[in-house]
Ligand binder design. Structure first.
Ligand SMILES: Cc1cc2nc3c(=O)[nH]c(=O)nc-3n(C[C@H](O)[C@H](O)[C@H](O)COP(=O)(O)O)c2cc1C
Length: 236
């Protein structure tokens, strides 16, 4: 199959999305669309390289806001119906809001708009779907309560990307989630995958509901539902 997979800058359901992406990319031509925020967030969670590994070659490109500039020429393929399906997983509140109001000013929102014009079925996994509080996972974090302010800081010395600011924080824009700081810190002051509670805003839940009314878009709750949905509903 020829598939488009769009990543946005959501940490929630990101690992689960990458796992499903990898399963599909092993046996199909998958073009990856990455919003600017998704590039940063995939790196923070140490998942960027995993995705990039499956790109390269025709219909397996890595399309970004940077390499597709302002008019996103690659999404023309979607408007010409060249793909069997477009997946957006995970979809941030920001991207969902833009889609429901017809805005298409990022590589991902533009891909969705063009898929609609080309009658390419689109499956979206919005992160803001269940009202109330949800559990979500953080990228690497310095737990100040455990930091013993060692001099020198072994975690900072171990970081190959200058992301570790001793006794203060991890600069997430430099972090690639390699985990070397965690290995180096003898006081276990770095957490990876810490679970926190996040409140879902009413406006984001309402926008997710509006997604379901858009032609050609199907909403599923979890990335694990994507492959069964494709198998049951998308014609090859
Ligand atoms: C570590 C991290 C995790 C994030 N997780 C989420 C998330 O789960 N859901 C969300 O809507 N935004 C999340 N964001 C914020 C988005 O990345 C931000 O709104 C971004 O502008 C979205 O752009 P995009 O929709 O074009 O990808 C997160 C940001 C960071 C730094």
């Amino acid at each position: 199959m020829r598939i488009g997979w769009a990543f946005t800058g959501a940490g929630h359901l990101l690992k689960e999305s990458v796992d499903e992406f990898v399963k599909l990319a092993k046996d199909n031509s998958v073009t990856v669309f990455m919003s600017n925020a998704s590039i940063e967030v995939l790196k923070m969670y140490g998942l960027y390289e995993t995705v990039v590994k499956y790109t390269g070659g025709r219909y397996k490109e890595l399309a970004t806001d940077e390499n597709q500039k302002f008019s996103f020429p690659i999404t023309g393929r979607l408007s010409l119906g060249k793909y069997d399906v477009l997946v957006v997983s995970p979809a941030t509140a920001n991207t969902v809001a833009k889609i429901v109001y017809g805005i298409s000013d990022t590589i991902v929102t533009n891909a969705v708009a063009q898929a609609g014009k080309g009658k390419v079925p689109t499956i979206i996994v919005p992160v803001d779907i269940t009202p109330g509080d949800i559990d979500t996972v953080l990228p690497s974090k310095l737990e100040l309560s455990k930091c013993k302010k060692c001099d020198p800081c072994t975690a900072a010395l171990a970081c190959p990307h200058d992301a570790f600011i001793p006794y203060k924080e991890i600069s997430l824009l430099n972090c690639v989630g390699c985990g070397q700081c965690k290995v180096a810190c003898q006081y276990d002051a770095i957490s990876e995958g810490k679970v926190i509670q996040m409140h879902m805003r009413d406006i984001d839940i309402k926008n997710t509901k509006k997604l379901k009314d858009i032609d050609e878009i199907d909403v599923v709750k979890h990335p694990s539902e994507i492959i069964p949905f494709i198998e049951n509903n998308i014609q090859k």
